[in-house]
Design a protein around this ligand. Structure first.
Ligand code: ADP
Length: 454
């Protein structure tokens, strides 16, 4: 069944459904008509009422015994009627003599009335009414059923013919319906196959109407657009990462070439120049490993981005401030932290706060102050540096984005992207604004409570 095409399955389904419906209707129709005809025969038999045999009939019967001859030529025109005696004799008074059963004799003997199916002496099917009319005598009246059977047979043939025509019609309609219904599916399949073959994610499936196929096409278009976007972002990330890695690698190579050349030519560098070169090499290595670390952090698989356990956010911030203070002796970092408990990964959150503090310190003037404040789950890191130009605000969280003014400062442009990812994983929000009195104010809000939950 599964190997058949969808079209033939649909056609078969429609045909079978219509055929079953027609069969049920035809069957019901035949049964109702048969029941009605049966009732009609019974009604007409019962409506007739028992015909008490006339005295001369009885006389004839008792005179002639079983089969009296009531003038042979007249018999076919008489009503189908006969008498039955308790001892099993019968006296046929009209046409169509009916074969007796023990039940008829029982009625003749014991009384009562019944309507049953029977046969005539000639084998014709009849419906018989047997009714006691005098002690030991019952009257049997019959109706031929041949006509009714003939009507029912004709009806059955007519219904069969109509059903056959209906099934053929249903099969053709099914074929037509499945062709029309599956045409858009065919178009969709072609488009999907084209995309699968060419990997051309820019292909869009034309959408018309609002039916299921249109919805499927719209969803498919949305999916390819999302896939194309993700592929573009991935390409850009690789290109940007390559570009960012090239700068420290180029200066590293230059410095190492200088050192090698002095070795090769035997012209020794002055000790302080050599030391400066080596210090540069070390700094470039550090920059490289920081960049690689940032990239690894950002490319963690999605399943690692789950919320962690309950942590004391104020403690995380305090630890980050202590680290920032060590790295920025020229800048004062003031902290004002109210307790806040949130669900997050402590290490990635600390790294996020350190990134914010590093930026604040980096952009602070010498001897400046950075104010770190935590109130009701909202952390603000405010510096007194140049702030972020308003036109740059939408980009600061983009990977590798750095303002033109910040290009000369250390950094890769990944710091805030890492912050955004860590805060998003913890279910919080993050932003950078310009503070009213000048300087930038970065903030993080985390869902949680001022007291631990357990
Ligand atoms: P980087 O590693 O270069 O600091 P970030 O992602 O942390 O990268 O920051 C991106 C850019 O946002 C920075 O290059 C800078 O232009 C801007 N920025 C971030 N923090 C501040 C701040 N406190 N003051 C001014 N500009 C900032």
């Amino acid at each position: 069944m599964n190997r058949r095409s969808l079209r033939s399955r649909l056609t078969l389904l429609v045909t079978v459904a219509v055929a079953v419906a027609i069969a049920v209707c035809a069957g019901a129709c035949w049964l109702i008509v048969a029941d009605n005809l049966n009732r009609q025969v019974n009604r007409s038999l019962l409506a007739e009422g028992p015909k008490p045999p006339r005295r001369d009939d009885l006389a004839i019967c008792s005179a002639t015994g079983d089969n009296p001859p009531p003038g042979e030529g007249l018999r076919p025109f008489l009503p189908p009627i006969q008498l039955v005696y308790a001892d099993g004799r019968r006296c046929v008074l009209g046409r169509d003599a009916v074969v007796l059963t023990p039940a008829d004799m029982a009625i003749a003997a014991g009384g009562g009335r019944t309507v049953r199916d029977g046969v005539t002496d000639e084998g014709e099917a009849v419906r018989v009414k047997v009714e006691q009319v005098a002690p030991g005598v019952a009257v049997m009246q019959s109706r031929s059923l041949e006509e009714m059977y003939a009507t029912l047979t004709t009806l059955a043939w007519i219904l069969l013919g109509v059903s056959a025509v209906g099934v053929v019609g249903a099969a053709s309609a099914g074929l037509l319906i499945s062709r029309t219904a599956l045409r858009p599916v065919g178009r969709l399949t072609e488009a999907v196959e084209h995309i699968a073959q060419t990997e051309d994610l820019a292909t869009r499936i034309p959408v018309s109407g609002t039916d299921e196929i249109a919805r499927l096409s719209t969803s498919f278009n949305a999916m390819t657009a999302a896939l194309a976007g993700s592929r573009d972002r991935q390409r850009r990330l690789i290109a940007d990462a390559g570009h960012e890695l090239r700068t420290p690698l180029t200066s590293l190579r230059t410095n190492i070439e200088l050192l090698l050349r002095s070795e090769d030519t035997g012209r020794a560098l002055r000790p302080e120049a050599k030391r400066r070169l080596l210090a540069d090499v070390k700094a470039q290595f550090e920059e490289l490993s920081a960049l690689v670390g940032d990239l690894l952090q950002l490319s963690r698989p999605e399943e690692d981005h789950e919320p962690g356990e309950e942590i004391a956010f104020h403690e995380v911030v305090r630890a980050a401030v202590a680290r920032a203070r060590l790295r920025a002796p020229g800048v004062t970092v003031e902290e004002d932290l109210a307790a806040w408990y949130a669900t997050a990964h402590a290490a990635s959150l600390e790294r996020a706060v350190v990134n914010l503090l590093d930026n604040a310190v980096k952009f602070s003037p010498r001897g400046g102050t950075v104010e770190v404040r935590l109130r009701a789950g909202r952390l603000t890191v405010r510096d007194h540096g140049p702030g972020v130009p308003p036109e740059d605000l939408p980009y600061v969280f983009d990977r590798f984005w750095r303002s033109p003014a910040a290009r000369s400062l250390p950094g890769s442009g990944l710091g805030l992207a890492i912050v955004a990812q860590a805060v998003r994983d913890a279910g919080g929000e993050v932003g950078v604004d310009n503070a009213p009195g000048g300087g930038a104010c970065a903030w993080i809000t985390l869902p949680g409570s001022p007291a631990p939950s357990s």
